[in-house]
Ligand binder design. Sequence first.
Ligand code: MN
Ligand code: MN
Length: 460
Amino acid sequence: MERPNAWKSYGKKQLNEVEKEAGDYRGFISDCKTERECAAEIVSRLEAAGYRELEQAVKDGKKLKAGDKVYLCRMGKAVLSFLIGKQPLEKGMNIVGAHIDSPRLDIKQNPLYEDADFAYADTHYYGGIKKYQWVARELALHGVVVKKDGTSVPVVIGEDEADPVVGISDLLIHLAQDQMGKKLSEGVTGEDLDIILAGRPLEGAEKEPVKAMLLSILKEKYGLEEEDFLSAEIEAVPAGKARDFGLDRSMILGYGHDDRVCAFAELKAVLGLKKIPDYTCCCMFVDKEEIGSVGATGMRANYLENAVAELTALEGEYSELKVRRALQNSRMLSCDVSAGYDPLYASAFEKKNAAYLGRGVCYNKFTGSRGKSGSNDANAEYMGKIRKIMDGNGIAWQTAELGKVDVGGGGTIAYICALYGMEVVDSGVAVLSMHAPMEIISKADLYEAVKAYRAFMAEA
Ligand code: MN
Ligand code: MN
C-alpha cells in the first residue's frame, strides 16, 4: 500500500517540465502575497487566455456555447472561472476550488503609536499562527488604502531590493528567563506583535516626533494621512522571494503555499486543457478560508450559486430547478494543502496514513478533528471514480489524514460545497511547516497536482 516516490518515475522530459512549472510557481508566490494580488494575477492570466467577465457576457446577452470562457472577480479577492462544456449545465460541473488567503498579520484600523523613540504599527493576526515564528524576521507590507474620495492606493513595501523592510523585535536571550519558561503559545502574545516602522525623530516636531517622521514619509511617498488607515487593508507578510530548497533543488521554500500552490495548480490545469471538456469546468479561487470561509468573499457567500444562475440564464432558459441540478450533479475537488509527514515530529502522524513530500498529489477522504468533526467525508463511490482517473492518467497520488486521530485536525471549504449535494473530496499538495512564515513543498507534488486537476476536469 506504500505509494512510490514520484521523482523515481521521471525521465529527462518530465524533469524539465517539473522545473518549468516550479519556476513559474516560484514567481507567482513571490509576487502574489495577498488575496488581492493573487486575484489580480489570476484574472490577468485568465484574460490572456480568452476569458471575459461574466458581467459583460450577461450584458451582451448572447447564448453561451461549448468552449466559451467567462470569469467573475468578487471585490478583488475571490475569482471564479468557467470553461463551458459540451453537456448542459444541469448535468453538473467539474469544479476545482482552492483558497488564496494565507495566515499573516493585519494592520489594525488605528495602528500607529510611538514608544521609546520607535514608531509602531499594531496588528491583529489573521488565521492560525504560531506567534513566536513572526518575530525577529523581515516583514513586508502589502495591501491597499482606500481614500475617502474612493481612490485606492496600492502598497507594497519591502520586496524590492532597494526597499527597506520592517519587523517585530524579540526579547534578547540574556533577559528571557521568564519568557523561556512560558508555554510556547504564551511566550509571544497577539498584542506583542507590533511592527517597528520608524526610529528617527522628525526635526522640529515636539509631540511624538518619530511618529511624525513616519507620517511625513507616508504623506510624501504615498499621499496618506493617519486617518486613511481607517479604510485600509494592509497585511504584514514575510519579505523576499520564494527559493529553491535543498541542495538537490527538489523543493520550494516560500510564503503562502497554503493554499496558493493548489490555486496555481488549478489555474495551470485549466489553462492547459487541450480540448473542450464534456462538462463545464469551474475553477474557484476563494478568500477567507483561514478564518472560517466567512464574509462576502469567503466560500460561505453565495457567489458560486449566483454565477451558476447567471450561466443557466445564458445557456438558454433560466429556471431555479436547473441551477439546483447543476450544483447537485457537480463533482468537486476541494483543493487544499495537506500536512506533510515530518520525521522530526513523527509522534504527531500515523505513518500509514500520512502525506509524504514527493509522493504526488494527496487525497483526504475526510478531514476534521477528533472523530471527523467538521469534515466532509467523501463517498467511497466517488473515491473509486477518482482512483480510476488518477491511475488512468499515470498520476502519482497518495491518500492521507491530517495527523494522528486524537492529535488535532483542520477543515477546508469541502463541507460548504457539499451542502449543495455535490460529490466533494479534498485534494492537495503536502506541505512541511504549514502556516509558518516560510513553508516547504516538493516540486514533484506541484507538478502532479497540475496533471491531476487537468485530468479531473477533462474526465470526471
Ligand atoms: Mn488551506
Ligand atoms: Mn491553512
